[in-house]
Design a protein around this ligand. Structure first.
Ligand SMILES: [Zn+2]
Length: 329
């Protein structure tokens, strides 16, 4: 077994346990088809739960991605007082407050790095760009989008302006990827090609290896050598009708390049330990390849400084890295 530190590049956390439990129930994963024995998460999913899961499961570092959905935010107000999150005014203010909550809440949690939400529908590109700058100064290392839940196609001009801003700010973007219900392919791997042609300097991470649209991932990887992938969620569904088998997943990872696939858990839907175990037990990968997927690729691609990570200035606190990063731009 690899002793190299494990980095989880795709975890979620909510403001409260009640809200976490509610939002996890609201978001049902069905794209892979029916499968028995899926190892779902065991915790509600606030930041304390994430830290307990990390300590229990031996995860050295996690990225919390803020997923903002207009529908979810409107529904929050319908589901009882514990779901009320205070913000004044428009949904833009709700998104901004959500992001400010995350960066403040993890400021003293040295093993968690925040990726903040952006949404092309709730604020102008200028306002969203200013907010992203504010968040970057406050400690955000990247951005998360969910084109399906947020109802935008990545190549839409409105979205393009925001992605261009991310590229200018050198903020990597993790995007949900997978098929959507209905006829529009909001987030299948193939649709990211137009975005990457328009914004070639974007440091993009395609989540879930494309989910149930995983067969499109290799072609996108071949066309755009600068992007990376995370294997969150899909590793929980190996063998399902619309998911790869373990052998097919390894073939996909090799096709894309072992150095371009990063481990993610999609906590709290799944716990990081059992998901890392899936990676540890994938057939034919060498110890070095497992260590790359479980942490080294993330440290390199996302420039994370994680204690104990070989080949990095690992004594350097992450906050210093951010300041230096800002100063060197
Ligand atoms: Zn996710």
């Amino acid at each position: 077994m690899s002793s190299s530190p494990v980095i989880d590049v795709h975890a979620h956390a909510s403001e409260t346990k009640a809200l976490a439990a509610w939002s996890t129930r609201e978001y049902e994963v069905s794209e892979y088809g029916e499968l028995g024995g899926v190892r779902y998460g065991t915790l509600d999913g606030d930041l304390d739960d994430l830290e307990s899961a990390m300590a229990r499961d031996g995860i050295a570092h996690a990225i919390v991605v803020n997923c903002f959905s207009v529908d979810e935010w409107r529904n929050r107000s319908l589901t009882g007082p514990e779901q009320q999150v205070e913000f004044e005014g428009s949904l833009a203010e709700g998104l901004f407050a959500f992001n400010r909550w995350l960066v403040e809440a993890v400021a003293n949690r040295s093993s968690i790095t925040p990726f903040v939400a952006m949404d092309p529908w709730v604020a102008t590109a200028d306002a969203m760009g200013r907010h992203l700058e504010e968040m970057q100064i406050a400690g955000a290392l990247g951005v998360k989008v969910h084109p399906v839940d947020q109802r935008f196609v990545p190549s839409d001009p409105r979205a393009n302006r925001l992605f261009r801003r991310c590229a200018e700010l050198e903020l990597p973007v993790i995007s949900h990827s997978g098929p959507a219900k209905g006829t529009v392919a909001f987030a299948e791997p193939a649709v990211f090609g137009a975005l990457l042609t328009a914004v070639p300097h974007l440091r993009l991470v395609i989540a879930h290896l494309g989910g149930a649209a995983w067969t499109q991932a290799s072609a996108l990887a071949a066309d755009f050598s600068s992007i990376a992938f995370d294997c969150s969620e899909i590793v929980a569904w190996l063998g399902a009708p619309n998911a790869p088998s373990a052998a097919e997943l390894v073939a996909l990872i090799r096709d894309i390049g072992v150095d371009r696939v990063m481990f993610g858990s999609d906590f709290p839907w799944y716990d990081p330990g059992p998901m890392a175990d899936v990676v540890r037990h994938l057939p034919t990968l060498s110890e070095g390849e497992r260590a790359a997927i479980l942490g080294e690729n993330a440290a390199r691609f996302l420039e994370l400084r994680v204690s104990g990570m070989p080949g990095h200035l690992h004594q350097e606190p992450e906050v210093d890295r951010r300041i230096r990063h800002k100063a060197s731009r």
